[in-house]
Design a protein around this ligand. Structure first.
Ligand code: IPM
Ligand code: MG
Length: 369
């Protein structure tokens, strides 16, 4: 395979330290599989504001445009400079902007709780089955996040009025539904489609379109569920889910809830995929967790979510399932050896050893062989 260009945007908080471990893993994979990566690092988020006055500096955006994929850390520090308005803060000005700019409409968030980490899950053991394994497929460029009008008006009578608009078109629903059905075809062949069809016009259309798309995937079972019930079912019987298909905001909420079941956000990678050209799909890969400013710079963060994001990048953007699987395998081995960062450590975990960010990363590199 020819040269692969990767933009590495570490961002804020724990971003830089977990990115460093992920890039070490990427270099190890490059050697092991004789690949050729050109990795260029650039600032984003508050790091972008500090370096170039903007959460997404022009040079960083240009770098992304010229790359085959983006490996993203995390952005946003809620306590920093409240005078910077919402639309210039990293969440909207960098992350949402990148999603829109590259039409990254399909967000995949795999949630796995291996049996060996059962103690990290907040549910009782009998609710965990043989461990959890589900995939949230979240629409990422539509719905309330991007619909217009989006504004706050002054009504002149001491009142203000805020408006967000939820909009979906048939084709936006179709393309994300296809991603969910295709993913389910490679898994346990079940899609649970989430909506609020009892209240929202969007929900009615969503349900109709998803049902129609499902006809092209006869091997996959489709089930519809209202979002409030889904929030409850995730806690009562998470093992009933295989692929959960959601619009943007429902997916935001349910994916955090699902993530909690896996014990720690520090274990969860994600892929945000755009269009496919030839063999390659452009994508942005990031940990599902945030910047965790409270533990930043202390060698405490779990680098696994960032490392598994590299695995997803190799699999989804570059079709290198072998290399992606090698990383997953190395992570599994290291967990089985008992290495734990603080977020997945428990004194009840017999044989476990608490380690820092660096040691976790280095041991995963070593396990790659
Ligand atoms: C996520 C995050 C983002 C979102 C925030 C940081 C804008 O919560 O990726 O889930 O709401 O999409
Ligand atoms: Mg979220």
């Amino acid at each position: 395979m020819s040269q692969i260009k990767i933009a590495a945007l570490a961002g804020d908080g724990i971003g830089p330290e977990v990115m460093r471990e992920a890039l070490n893993v990427l270099r190890a994979i490059e050697r092991k599989f004789s690949l050729d990566f050109i990795v260029t690092e650039a600032p984003v988020g508050w790091a972008g504001i500090d370096a170039a006055g903007r959460a997404l500096p022009d040079a960083t955006l240009e770098l992304c445009r010229g790359s085959d994929a983006i490996l993203f850390g995390s952005v946003g520090l809620p306590d920093r400079d409240p005078t910077v308005p919402t639309e210039q803060r990293p969440e909207r000005a960098a992350l949402l902007r990148l999603r829109k700019e590259f039409q990254l409409f399909a967000n995949l968030r795999p949630v796995r709780l291996p049996k060996i980490l059962a103690h990290a899950c907040p549910l009782r053991p009998e609710r965990q089955g043989d461990g959890l394994d589900l995939l949230v497929v979240r629409e990422l460029t539509g719905g309330m996040y991007f619909g217009t009008p989006k504004m706050t008006e002054d009504l002149g009578n001491g009142q203000r009025r805020a408006t967000d608009t939820m909009v979906y078109t048939t084709s936006e629903i179709e393309r994300i539904a296809r991603v969910a059905f295709a993913a389910a075809g490679n898994r346990r062949k079940k899609v649970t489609s989430i909506d609020k069809a009892n209240v929202l016009e969007n929900g009615v259309l969503w349900r109709e379109v998803v049902t129609r798309v499902s006809k092209s995937y006869p091997e996959v079972t489709l089930e519809h569920m209202f979002v409030d019930n889904a929030a409850m079912q995730l806690l009562l019987k998470p093992t009933q889910f295989d692929v959960i298909l959601c619009e943007n905001m429902f997916g935001d909420i349910l994916s955090d809830e699902a993530a909690a079941l896996a014990g720690s956000l520090g274990m969860l990678p994600s892929a945000s995929l755009g269009a496919t050209t030839g063999q390659r799909t452009f994508g942005l890969y990031e940990p599902a967790g945030g910047t965790a400013p409270d533990i930043a710079g202390k060698n405490l963060a779990n680098p696994i979510a960032q490392i598994l994001s590299v695995s997803m990048m190799l699999t989804y953007s570059f079709g290198r399932v072998d290399a992606g699987d090698a990383i997953q395998n190395a992570v599994r081995v290291v967990i089985e050896q008992g290495l734990r960062t603080g977020d997945i450590y428990s004194t009840a975990d017999v044989g476990a050893r608490r380690v820092g960010t660096r040691e976790m990363g280095a041991t995963i590199v070593a396990a790659l062989g």
